[in-house]
Write a protein that binds this ligand. Structure first.
Ligand code: ADP
Ligand code: MG
Length: 443
């Protein structure tokens, strides 16, 4: 099989962009998809692992198939989240850097619609959208998708399940003659429905490296904890990963907020992201995570699908996901583009039986992530305590006179003595707390 994008039929202007992006060898899914999209006419259901380059697999041929002379909207790419929509838009713009005549617009929800309406008055060839906002724009007659040639559903299984109603509204606006191209890493039952309801009779099914759903570059681990020690175990794990990028998934928005606050109390900076935050905040947090200003994202499954942040080296399931597919997508935020990554699930005793279920359903294997000995954990807690002090900012609300009095009391201590005493004080306070929290010690 061809080993270059040029052999796959990609034109010079896009080869140039690939050089700029430092991308030279097509991935398996790209090798299979690109010639098919460029040279054939069928609808396509493509299945490829998380992080295997599906965006390029549809993005490159699509850009090449667009007729820039034609002023109609020719392609719509639908995504389940605004963050993913923006990411795909950015990817396409980078791929089209050497073909400025191609016009791409992103119309996702959560931001004012008026500027998008203005933007769509200009020639637009490709629209990347979340379904709700596109419906709104169609209803306001700000965009005409009646001449569409290509409909791409990224995260297709999610689009035809969670977003089915919106999709059905949009489908009515799009000509039957369109080519429908769908991409995803997981294909539960929803896909049969996808083919039946949204695709033509001639569908080509493509798979790349899908003998098992699990992704080989991801190490799957779990650790069983008591509810009371869950946060402590997470803190120790985060300490061991300091300087690396990771995403912690929680089940609910409230749990995301609560955990981000707890991390902040321990002076671990993170960004929280979920669907009840304003789009401005969501964009800011995603931006800071992408740019590396924050290393840790605490998120609901809003961030589970499609999000591609370079060097995300671990994912934590602080709560297990409800479905097997969601596990695949969450863990797939790490080990992207051939990298390796760790997916750690912090579970409680009663959840342990779910691990072999995940193994059988997804064809992957978990290993236990052993908790440290009590001694090591105690030492780790002390180090975390010291780090917390190190990161604490001076409290400006304490009056100077009070500060002076405190300084006078501690005046004769050397730094070493002060550290010794603080440590001893912390240990005795901590021991007291532990004793009261363990019922057997109260007797
Ligand atoms: P998927 O949609 O399959 O989960 P993405 O399209 O988000 O994966 O791509 C994952 C990462 O791989 C992106 O950072 C992308 O730039 C990179 N990538 C895509 N194709 C290639 C390639 N042929 N060589 C190297 N990196 C690639
Ligand atoms: Mg993707």
């Amino acid at each position: 099989m061809s080993n270059s994008f040029s052999d796959l039929g990609i034109r010079n202007e896009f080869l140039q962009s690939l050089i700029d992006l430092n991308i030279s060898i097509p991935t398996d899914i790209q090798k299979k998809t690109i010639p098919l999209l460029l040279n054939q006419k069928e609808d396509v259901v493509a299945l490829g692992k998380t992080g295997s380059g599906k965006t390029l697999a549809f993005g490159l041929p699509l850009l090449q198939l667009i007729d820039a002379e034609n002023t109609q909207v020719q392609a719509v790419i639908l995504t389940p989240t605004r963050e993913l929509g923006q990411q795909i838009y950015t990817n396409l713009v980078a791929l089209a850097a050497h073909s400025p005549q191609t016009s791409i617009a992103s119309v996702c929800g959560g931001i004012p619609i008026k500027p998008q309406m203005e933007r769509l008055k200009q020639t637009t060839h490709i629209i990347v959208a979340t379904p709700g906002r596109l419906i709104d724009l169609v209803q306001r007659k700000a965009v005409d998708i009646k001449k569409l040639s290509y409909l791409i559903l990224d995260e297709a299984d999610e689009m035809v399940s969670a977003l089915q109603k919106d999709l059905d509204i949009l489908i009515k606006e799009i000509p039957k003659s369109r080519r429908t191209l769908t991409f995803t890493a997981t294909m539960p039952g929803a896909v049969k429905q996808l083919v039946q309801n949204y695709m033509s009779k001639h569908v080509v099914h493509l798979e790349a490296d899908m003998q098992q759903m699990g992704h080989k570059g991801i190490e799957h681990r779990y650790t069983v904890v008591e509810p009371i020690e869950k946060l402590e175990i997470l803190l120790h794990f985060l300490h061991s990963k300091e300087g690396q990028r990771g995403i912690i998934f929680c089940k609910t928005k409230a749990a995301v907020n609560k955990l981000a606050k707890k991390l902040a109390i321990h002076k671990i900076s993170s960004g929280a992201i979920h669907g009840s935050l304003t789009q401005g905040i969501r964009d800011r947090i995603m931006g800071q995570f992408r740019e590396g200003f924050i290393d840790i994202l605490v998120a609901t499954d809003l961030a589970a699908r499609g999000i591609d942040v370079k060097e995300t080296s671990y994912v934590v399931n602080y709560h297990l996901p409800d479905t097997y597919e969601t596990y695949v997508h969450r863990s797939g935020r790490t080990a992207r583009a051939g990298a390796k990554g760790l997916s750690l699930s912090i579970i409680q005793q009663e959840e342990i039986e779910r691990i072999p279920e995940f193994e059988t359903e997804l064809g992957l294997s978990f290993s236990e992530f052993k908790k440290q000995s009590a001694e090591n954990r105690e030492e780790m807690n002390l180090i975390l305590w010291a780090k917390k002090i190190f990161k604490t900012k001076p409290n400006r609300s304490i009056s100077d006179t009070t500060k002076e009095k405190i300084k006078t009391v501690l005046h004769h201590l050397t730094k070493e003595e002060l550290v010794e005493k603080l440590l001893a004080d912390h240990i005795s306070a901590h021991a007291g707390k532990n004793a009261t929290s363990i019922p057997s010690l109260k007797k």
